[in-house]
Each structure stands twice: as C-alpha cells, then as structure tokens.
Design a protein around this ligand. Structure first.
Ligand SMILES: Nc1ncnc2c1ncn2[C@@H]1O[C@H](COP(=O)(O)OP(=O)(O)OP(=O)(O)O)[C@@H](O)[C@H]1O
Ligand SMILES: [Mg+2]
Length: 362
C-alpha cells in the first residue's frame, strides 16, 4: 500500500463502515467507471479493516480485470490479516460467468455474485466487500446495477467518481433509502489501454491454467444448460427423409428434446434445410453448434450443488463418440454434472483468441 495515494476521505469512510461492523454483519459495494480506482480502494479497505481484526470477505465481481480468480468468474477470498500483493493470487471459491463483461451475461453475473456473497457470509465475514466492473453507463448497466444492489441489499454503497458521472445511479439509490458514500477518484489513477487490459487477463488465465491437463468427459454424464445436448433423443440419420438430407457435411449429430432440435455439425452449411427439419420434427427452434468453432472455448465446470469446480477450455466436442475433451486443471472431473459454455476463447489456457456465440438458433 506504500505507493498508493490515500486521501483523508478514504480513511473516514473506512472508519464509518468499520463502526457499523461492530454491531451488524455488513455488505459494502464499491462502484465506479473503468479506471476509477475501485480495486485499489478495495485493497486499501481489506488492509485497513483486517488490521483492526475484522474478517473481510472480498467478492470480486469484476469479470474482466479480476483481482481474485481468473477473468470470466466472480471470485471470493477471506482475509483475516493484512495481505501482501501475492495473497490476491489465489481464491477460496469462484463462480463461472462466461464473459469478461456482464453484457450478454446479466443473469449469470447476478447469480454468481449472489452465490459468492452468500459464501462470504457463511464463512463468517464481518464485512463482505463487493468489487465491481466499470459497467455503469447506459440503461442496461443502470438496471443491472440496481438489481445487483437490490439483491445484495448492501449497508453501504461507495462510489468513486471523477466528476458527476455516477450521479445517474446514485441519486436514485439515495431516494430509495440506500446509504451512499461519494469519493473523488485519486489523481494517481492510471488509465489502462485495451491492450494492457488484455495482457493482464492473459496473465491471469496463464496462472490459472498452469497445472491444466487434457481430460475426457463422457457427454451422457453431464448437462449443458445452454442446450439440450445429452437430455433428448438421438436421431438416427439413416431415418431422415430425403428432403432433409445434408450431403455436404462430414460430421452430423442430431438430437431432439421437446420443441427443440440440436444439431452438432463441423461447420454450418448454407444448404442446411432448417425449414424442412423444423417441419419434419415439429420443433419451434433449431440450435446449431459448430464443432470447429468450439475449439478453445472457455467453459465452467459445476458440481451437483451448483458450485464451480473450475474452468476448462474445449479441445473437442464429439457427441457421436459421447466424448468431450477438455483442457482443465480440475481433477475431480467425475464430480462435474453441468458444463456452462462461455463466449470467450482462450488458446492453450493462456491467450484470449476471440469471442463467439457458442449456439446459433436457426
Ligand atoms: N489511490 C491511488 N493511488 C495510486 N495509484 C492508484 C490509485 N488508485 C488507482 N491507482 C492506479 O490506477 C490504476 C487503475 O486502478 P484500479 O485498478 O484500482 O481501477 P479500477 O476502477 O478497479 O479499474 P477497472 O474498472 O479496470 O477494474 C492501477 O494501476 C492503480 O494502481
Ligand atoms: Mg478493478
């Protein structure tokens, strides 16, 4: 903390919240736009409160520039004593979200934050401190942040702002009765470029995947909540009528469940007779997964209780052979019951190499 600029108002707010923690269990959320100093302030709070012998649960809901755990996850770590920088390099628990921003993953982010905040309380944290992303501008972010606050019901909302860029949120929160502390961003805050942000994320993936190995997982033992794979009836391709026949595909797997049809194919072909397939199978939607596109896709591996055991990247998905091949540090693969697909690709567990929509609805 030596090189950090600590304004007097940081000390006052830390003290104010600390007093509260003497009489009740406290949740405190830190909000602000990108590069407003949220994570630096969180580390200061962890340091200060633990120095006063307060048990602090740090819930890191910044799924992009993560402090606790790898990107695409919400991480939790409990601190009892003032940490060193390297104490932030591991985590107690994490929950997979699937993206490096809440955009497109709003429900997943809220769910993950709630789980980690609950775990923090179960671990006996006197203060649960929630760090957040800089996703604060525009109507979607406004509604998202409000629901996050309604869900967590924090005793304190602390906003870091350079001028008045958070007021579109804060005035509403105050009218609703939430306690808000406004802090001015430090002049020492250094904005980071997209390239620096990406480099940081790659370092975090690399650290996370350092002990990863290639493993196989039988598809029939797991579910993929973003699709019906493994829950329906496999279609025998020999029985397909002529008008639905796809001659220019080498790999083809079809499964039907309820009103949905799932097609796993090497690559989507223009000649796909999806109207005829819909009609023939009497389904309202066809979900198509392109096998080649799945390579390197980040996935979350959850157990039967909904805990994220860890992350993996897909090497291959082969439902014809009942086999999902993953690169993952998770050892208890037999405990995995659900595989959540994200939309970030990470090559060899160390380099982001694109984004994708894993399922296409036709
Ligand atoms: N009070 C401070 N004193 C010195 N440096 C600071 C201070 N606050 C922030 N910084 C520096 O500014 C940069 C951005 O700060 P920080 O990571 O805390 O911001 P953030 O709001 O969490 O960003 P993001 O939205 O990307 O997560 C970091 O390099 C950090 O070291
Ligand atoms: Mg941050």
């Amino acid at each position: 903390m030596n090189t950090v600029d600590i304004p007097g108002e940081w000390e006052q707010s830390a003290d104010q919240i600390k007093q509260d923690a003497k009489t009740c269990i406290v949740t405190c959320i830190i909000i602000g736009k990108n590069d407003s100093g949220k994570s630096t302030f969180c580390k200061y709070l962890v340091h200060t409160w633990t120095a006063s012998e307060i048990r602090v649960g740090y819930v890191d809901s910044d799924v992009g520039q993560s402090t606790i755990g790898p990107p695409t996850t919400v991480g939790l770590k409990i601190f009892n004593t003032p940490p060193n920088q390297h104490d932030y390099s591991n985590f107690l628990e994490l929950h997979f979200v699937g993206n490096t921003s809440p955009e497109g993953f709003l429900l997943q982010t809220l769910h993950a934050v709630k789980r980690m905040a609950d775990k923090s309380h179960q671990q006996g944290s006197q203060i649960t401190l929630v760090d957040t992303t800089g996703f604060v501008g525009g109507p979607v972010a406004r509604i998202f942040k409000l629901h996050k606050i309604e869900m967590l019901r924090p005793q304190w909302i602390v906003a870091l702002q350079a001028e008045d860029e958070m007021e579109h949120l804060l005035r509403g929160y105050e009218k609703m009765g939430w306690r808000v502390i406004r802090l001015t961003c430090s002049k020492q805050v250094a904005a980071r470029s997209q390239a620096e942000r990406q480099k940081y994320r790659n370092e975090r993936y690399k650290a996370y995947f350092k002990s990863a190995k290639v493993i196989n997982c039988p598809i029939h033992k797991v579910v993929f909540p973003s699709g019906i794979l493994g829950t329906g009836q496999r279609i025998n391709l020999q029985e397909l009528p002529k008008e639905t026949y796809m001659s220019d595909t080498k790999y083809l797997y079809i499964e039907k469940c309820g009103s949905e049809l799932l097609i796993v194919i090497d690559r989507l072909v223009e000649s796909m007779p999806f109207y005829k397939l819909k009609e023939y199978f009497s389904v309202t939607s066809i979900a198509c997964i392109e096998r080649f596109e799945l390579k390197d896709l980040l996935v979350g591996l959850n157990d039967k209780d909904g805990n994220t055991l860890g992350l993996g990247t897909i090497i291959d998905l082969d439902p014809l052979d009942d086999k999902l091949t993953l690169f993952t540090p998770v050892q208890d693969i037999h405990k995995v019951t659900a595989i959540y697909l994200g939309n970030i690709k990470v090559e060899q567990g160390e380099k982001e190499c694109g984004k994708m929509r894993h399922v296409r609805y036709l």
